[in-house]
Design a protein around this ligand. Structure first.
Ligand code: KG4
Ligand code: ZN
Length: 341
């Protein structure tokens, strides 16, 4: 089977062709970073307009490059939510039209489900597994029992982690999106120069909070102390984030064990999972708890069409298909994923 995956929930227009043997035949992403950087964040209307401008061109390009005709495609999967409504409507309408005109089955995919299942495209990871999803919009723990069966365990009460990275990068004038630049800058810094808070690190549940940590960076940057550089602040921010994440992952494993969730593997996905510093710390923590740890490759941690194609394939294989009247869902928690209409 060849599956077409269409992702347009935020500022990346991404289309991919994946097959049922886990080959990524094509994965083309058009980033809109240059368009949004002057605004220091994604402007929804501009994002939607640019999806409209390029979505058909990306499809034509990948079909041509791989000498595939649209009628060779067996399943069309598109992100239905959560995300920015304008972008979702563009991708969804495009997918439904292709499905209707070419008589190809259509399946609507939850964006978080795409991030959750990517690891099964790139690695041999069996269900069930414990997932930490850390992206620009979400920072949550889930227990993934099977395709279409996801349990929310806890997560951030305010900013998503990627959002905190982007805002701190903005304070340190690193440009947008700031996650990768912040990681780079932190390499040159000394976290010992300044100690930043580790919000909710000792709470006995999986609640997290990153907005106070971001404000602490702002307050310290305003103090303008000569002996503390931006790289020291970046290093200390990452250190606090790593300590909180590791403590919470450890707790999530304990909670899951206590509730008799029987699992071997821990998966971390979403844009922030591309961060190498965090990866190293998390690997050590998870191994010390006797579990195996998996991350998708960095280019599949951030938004991409391949994750949507793969999740679509898993759903279809499980007997699911969507109707063409399926609506875009700007809010769609992963635990409500069964409400697929
Ligand atoms: O998953 P994603 O592409 O989009 C959402 O679903 O939100 O995640 C994007 C987020 C951005 O906030 C970006 O700054 C962050 O992931 N990110 C990183 C890194 N690469 C991307 N954060 C920290 N370190 C990185 N290397
Ligand atoms: Zn995402």
């Amino acid at each position: 089977m060849k599956i077409l995956g269409i992702e347009s929930s935020c500022d990346d227009t991404s289309i991919s062709i994946v097959d049922n043997d886990k080959n990524i035949i094509a994965n083309e992403t058009l980033s809109q970073n240059q368009i949004h950087k002057d605004y220091k964040g994604v402007v929804p209307e501009l994002a939607a307009r640019n999806h409209v401008l390029y979505i058909d061109k990306i499809l034509k390009l990948i079909l041509k490059q791989n000498q595939i005709r649209i009628t060779d495609i067996d399943l069309i999967a598109a992100t239905v939510g959560p995300g920015l409504i304008g972008g979702l409507l563009v991708g969804l309408t495009f997918a439904k039209t292709l499905s209707q005109v070419n008589a190809i089955p259509f399946i609507g995919v939850n964006h978080l489900e795409g991030h959750a299942l990517t690891i099964r495209l790139t690695n041999e990871v069996e269900y069930p597994f414990l997932l930490l999803l850390v992206s620009g919009g979400h920072s949550n723990f889930y227990f993934i029992s099977n395709v279409n069966s996801y349990k929310f365990l806890g997560g951030t009460l305010d900013d998503a982690l990627g959002e905190a990275f982007d805002k701190v990068a903005n304070i340190l004038e690193l440009g947008f999106p700031g996650g990768p630049q912040l990681e780079l800058l932190a390499q040159a810094g000394d976290y010992k120069k300044i100690s930043l808070p580790k919000p909710l690190i000792n709470s006995k549940n999986l609640d997290m909070s990153f907005s106070g940590l971001k404000t602490a960076v702002l307050n310290n940057s305003k103090k303008g102390k000569n002996d503390i550089s931006n790289s020291d602040l970046a290093a200390s921010f990452q250190k606090s984030v790593a300590e909180v994440l590791c403590k919470k992952i450890s707790l999530a494993i304990d909670i899951s064990n206590k509730e008799s969730f029987n699992f071997k593997n821990v998966v971390v996905s979403g844009g922030v999972a591309a961060n190498n510093y965090l990866r190293k710390k998390i690997i050590n923590t998870v191994k010390s708890k006797g579990k195996s740890i998996f991350f998708p490759p960095p280019n599949l941690c951030t938004d991409n069409g391949a994750m949507i194609a793969w999740a679509g394939y898993e759903l279809y294989r499980a007997g699911l298909k969507s109707k063409l009247n399926m609506k875009a869902k700007p809010r769609w928690p992963l635990e409500n994923v069964r409400e697929r209409l």
